[in-house]
Ligand binder design. Structure first.
Ligand SMILES: *[C@@H]1O[C@H](CO)[C@@H](O)[C@H](O)[C@H]1NC(C)=O
Ligand SMILES: *[C@@H]1O[C@H](CO)[C@@H](O)[C@H](O)[C@H]1NC(C)=O
Ligand SMILES: *[C@@H]1O[C@H](CO)[C@@H](O)[C@H](O)[C@H]1NC(C)=O
Ligand SMILES: *[C@@H]1O[C@H](CO)[C@@H](O)[C@H](O)[C@H]1NC(C)=O
Ligand SMILES: *[C@@H]1O[C@H](CO)[C@@H](O)[C@H](O)[C@H]1NC(C)=O
Ligand SMILES: [Zn+2]
Length: 503
């Protein structure tokens, strides 16, 4: 359990290999090897205060109890594990812990489905129709909207609720359309990657008409910031599609308006919560588009970056990597910024796949060739030693999203997640939550729990948590002066957290 703060004597270890080979292994040599591994892991070199060490002793006891359970949450599907995690004392500590920034979160999965139903759909002028594939679509409109193909006639929800005997049941059925989370057996509900991605995409289409309505758009983002803030996240890098946002009369706004609105709401939120550090936006486009659409998108992103140099962090692509086009296909478009001498940092999703050796599987190396600032997911990184080495040497951090990878069926038991290996060698990485509302989680704490208890096992400790939080600032897109400010604010909150949990 003891945390090794001194560099173990590697020389002793190797000397012994030469001289102790013929007898039973030397216990001192064994100890030295174990210390070397403990030193190499994420947080292994962190110097801890007395109070931090006392908190670590407490965490260690909690973890031992957690690991002795028959129903160990990280080994189970998150939908089944969620209630167990909620009762875990480790989880309640993690909720209180200042976690730094969330660097991989998407725009329309920040806020739980319940808020969408109870708040957004209860506003006036909300119409709904049911699609042929058992999903729903929404629109706010001052007049009866024109019918959608493959959808039932629009009904005004206010009228439908008035006619419905049990409106709670109706609300629950709407809620099921707005998240992947289910009380049913998750393996039966989502037997394959195709099924789960199909539902994932339907769910986005279902909530689209709600969240792109201007008044909801603002409140949704404000509510999202609130949920992360309450989970003790102080900074966000939000991947945003910047869709056309519409008004009640059907008029629409352009992407610059949408980016400006994010900026205005962020300013309002930080004015009201001075210890929240802020948000930066990573503009995204679906990777299903063709080369000419991508060229236009990159050109537009360069323009937006000029207009919002501090608020916009850079550019990325979203959508199912296995089905979209690989990065290499877009190489011309993605080289425009460097050719034109314009700064447009990239934050590519890459290696969110188990299709070893396919074109898509090359995305990791291509992302690095295109000078990506971080790697989204990097699930396949262990299959690419060259990419892994480059990512380490250049400090291109991997954004690990444990629950997302499990729900989208890349890994079943989170103890076997490839990031467990990355964490055992202190690879540059951060923990994030991708699409928390889709997965029935929220903020960052659930993913921190899975990483700390699942990847780390018994050997990760308070130093690992501290390192992961610090990484989220160090590998953020913030300029170094701002990073220093964020770092000292985080340190202040961390000291408070440690002293409040010092018994
Ligand atoms: C929705 O939330 C907003 C912002 O918190 C609040 O002002 C509004 O009254 C809520 N609307 C409903 C219908 O609950
Ligand atoms: C309405 O449905 C909900 C959910 O199924 C149930 O809990 C509740 O008792 C029902 N209310 C009435 C008045 O039947
Ligand atoms: C989606 O909502 C509609 C309308 O209430 C309902 O008929 C359908 O069963 C819901 N879908 C799911 C997956 O629950
Ligand atoms: C690319 O996609 C756009 C939009 O779908 C389409 O209008 C255009 O014709 C496509 N271009 C090529 C070269 O296929
Ligand atoms: C990546 O960086 C290298 C070295 O600075 C540079 O030569 C190259 O043009 C960059 N490529 C892109 C696409 O940004
Ligand atoms: Zn993502």
């Amino acid at each position: 359990m003891a945390i090794q703060l001194q560099r173990p004597h590697a020389a002793v270890v190797f000397l012994c290999f030469l001289t102790c080979g013929l007898s039973i292994p030397d216990p001192r040599q064994r100890e030295a090897l174990m210390q070397l591994e403990a030193y190499m892991q994420t947080g292994g070199q962190m110097v801890l205060t007395d109070a931090e060490q006392r908190l670590d002793t407490l965490l260690f006891k909690m973890k031992q109890e957690e690991m002795a359970r028959a129903d160990f949450p990280p080994s189970m599907h998150f939908f089944r594990a969620r209630d167990l995690i909620r009762t875990s004392p480790i989880f309640s500590l993690l909720r209180k812990m200042p976690k730094g920034g969330a660097l991989h979160v998407h725009d329309f999965s920040m806020v739980d489905a319940e808020w969408l139903v109870k708040n957004a759909t209860y506003r006036p002028h909300c119409y709904m129709c049911r699609t042929d594939s058992q999903s729903v679509r929404f629109i706010f409109s001052s007049q009866r909207p024109r019918a959608l193909p493959l959808c039932s006639p629009w009904v005004l929800l206010e009228e439908l609720r008035a006619k419905t005997i049990n409106a709670t049941e109706l609300d629950n059925s709407i809620m099921r359309n707005l998240t992947l989370f289910t009380d049913q057996d998750p393996e039966a509900a989502y037997p394959s990657q195709d099924v789960v991605w199909g539902t994932f995409e339907q769910t986005f289409l279902a909530l689209w008409g709600l969240v792109t309505y201007a008044p909801v758009f603002r409140d949704y983002y404000y509510q999202g910031l609130t949920q992360f803030y309450r989970d003790n996240v102080m900074y966000l890098e939000l991947r945003a599609l910047l869709p056309q946002v519409y008004e009640l009369d059907g008029s629409t706004h352009d992407r610059a308006w949408t980016l400006k609105t994010y900026q205005d709401v962020t300013r309002q939120f930080t004015a009201e919560h001075p210890d929240f550090f802020g948000t930066r936006i990573i503009v995204t486009i679906n990777r299903g588009v063709n080369a000419s659409v991508m060229t236009k998108a990159v050109e537009e992103a360069m323009k937006l970056k000029k207009g919002f140099p501090d608020f916009m962090a850079g550019f990325d692509m979203v959508g199912r990597e296995d089905r979209g086009r690989p990065l290499w296909y877009f190489r011309d478009a993605l080289s425009l910024p460097v050719e034109e001498g314009v700064t447009l940092p990239f934050f590519f999703h890459a290696g969110e796949t188990d299709l070893e050796g396919t074109d898509v599987d090359q995305n990791l190396l291509d992302a690095l060739l295109l000078n990506t600032s971080r790697i989204g997911h990097g699930f396949a990184l262990l299959h690419h030693p060259v990419a892994k080495d480059l990512s380490r040497k250049r400090g291109v951090a991997v954004e690990v999203c444990p629950i997302s990878n499990q729900v989208l069926k890349l890994v079943k038991d989170l103890r076997n997640h490839p990031a467990a290996a990355l964490m055992s060698e202190n690879h540059p990485m951060v923990i994030s939550s991708d699409d928390p509302a889709m997965f029935g989680s929220s903020g960052l704490s659930y993913d921190f729990y899975e990483a700390f208890v699942g990847f780390g096992g018994i050997k990760s400790h308070i130093g690992s948590l501290k390192q992961l939080a610090l990484n989220s600032i160090r590998y953020s897109s913030l300029p170094s002066e701002q990073q220093n400010k964020a770092m000292s604010e985080w340190q202040r909150r961390w000291n408070k957290f440690v002293s409040e949990n010092d018994f």
